[in-house]
Each structure stands twice: as structure tokens, then as C-alpha cells.
Design a binder for this molecule. Sequence first.
Ligand code: PEP
Length: 247
Amino acid sequence: MKKLIYGNFKMNSTLLDIEKYTETFIPKVSLSKNEIAIFPPFTYLMFAKQKLTSSKILLGAQNVSSESKGAFTGEVSAQMLKSVGVDIVLIGHSERRKLFLEKNEIINKKIKEALSLGLKVVLCVGETKSERLNNRYTEVIQKEISEGLKGLYENELKNIIIAYEPIWSIGTGVVPEVKQIEEVVKIIKTEISNEYSLNASKNAKILYGGSVNAINAKSFASIPGIGGLLVGGASLNPEEFAKICNI
Ligand code: PEP
């Protein structure tokens, strides 16, 4: 079955790196049946779009403004992303939540803004190490979903993908056990079922992210209910990311 394999470059790469990356990466994944997307920094989106036109690879942005236009220095709107050919946007990544103090309320505004322009959204959720150790992960994830999706109609969920990224696993090499991921898949599906319907919960697309690499990718992608992977560090190497995309 087709998996969604998304690569978040974070604040890495130069223009030249993106050029070399796409030249190496695109031919290596040309036969992949999976849905692949790369999320370069804003500055390279237009350039990356030109490079990707000959492929089926989607273009993602790492963030979007909660405002639609105007006096918001330094912000990038959903309309701007759409106009340069962006397909998907990451919203609520744990680095945005922790370092830039983004709360669920602003994340909800960003989601609505992105959806209104026809962008697909990856809503990132996940608990810190202390929330896991104190058994608070269920309530944290439920809140991130219910407040993040507040006010959205069920038919809008088709453009929302939920990425479960335990914060203690991001960039650490420490990965959850399969049964921990399975439990969170259930938590996410139950929350969507409670907020919407059983049908919406069955159709929910859920990704796993956190220290995924070419060796462990297949085992995470095979977990029931996991529809794909969100890859950070390992997506920066085109050879390694291509292996992950070809699982
Ligand atoms: C991420 O930041 O979304 C991520 C999954 O990072 P890494 O793969 O490096 O853990």
C-alpha cells in the first residue's frame, strides 16, 4: 500500500545543496509508488518547485502564517506558498511549539488559513519526555488534536495528515517501541472518532516521525494504522532519503 514519505529539511541547506540534492534524489525515487514530499526552507521553494516539475514529488513548506496578509514583517502567508506551487505545509512542529511558543490556538488559525487556500496540512503532535514519563501523553495528544482541529468540518479532514512525533525521539536516535506507537495511533483515532465520526477516524492519515532512518523506516511504516513517515535528519542525505522513499 502507498505510504506518505515526507522529508523536513528544517533550517539546513544552501541553494547549491538543493540543486545537487534534487539532481541526485529525483532519479532515485522515480519508480517509487509512495507519495513523496520534500520540505525545504522558504527561500528555496520556488527553485525546488522548478526542479520537481518533471517528477511526482510534492513540495512542502515548514510553516505558514496564521494571518492572510498585511503588516506582519517576516511572515509568509498561505497564499504566497500556494502561488509558488507549494502543495503541503507542516503546522505545529514541536520545534515551532517549543522554540517559537506556538500554542494550539495559533496552530488552529494556521490550519484554517492553509486549508482555505487548498493546501494540505501535516499537523504535528507528540509529547515531551517528561509528559511520557508522567503518563500525561494521552491528554497532551488529545488536546493538540481537539484544539488544533477546532471548528473544522469533517469534510476538511481529507486534507489533514496527523504526524505523531514523540519529542523525545526527534533527532535523538531514541525510538519508541512498536506498542507505544500502536497505542498512540489508537489515541489519535479515538479522539477523531469522538470529535467527528467513526468513518473520519477510519480514514485518518497518521504518520510516524522521530529518528527514522533507512534501517528502521520499514518497521515503522509497517505498523498498523501508520500511513507513512515524517523524516528530519535522514532526509538531508538524498541517498538515504531515497532508500526510505523506496520502502
Ligand atoms: C522531525 O523533526 O520532524 C524529525 C522527525 O526529525 P528526526 O527525523 O531528525 O528525528
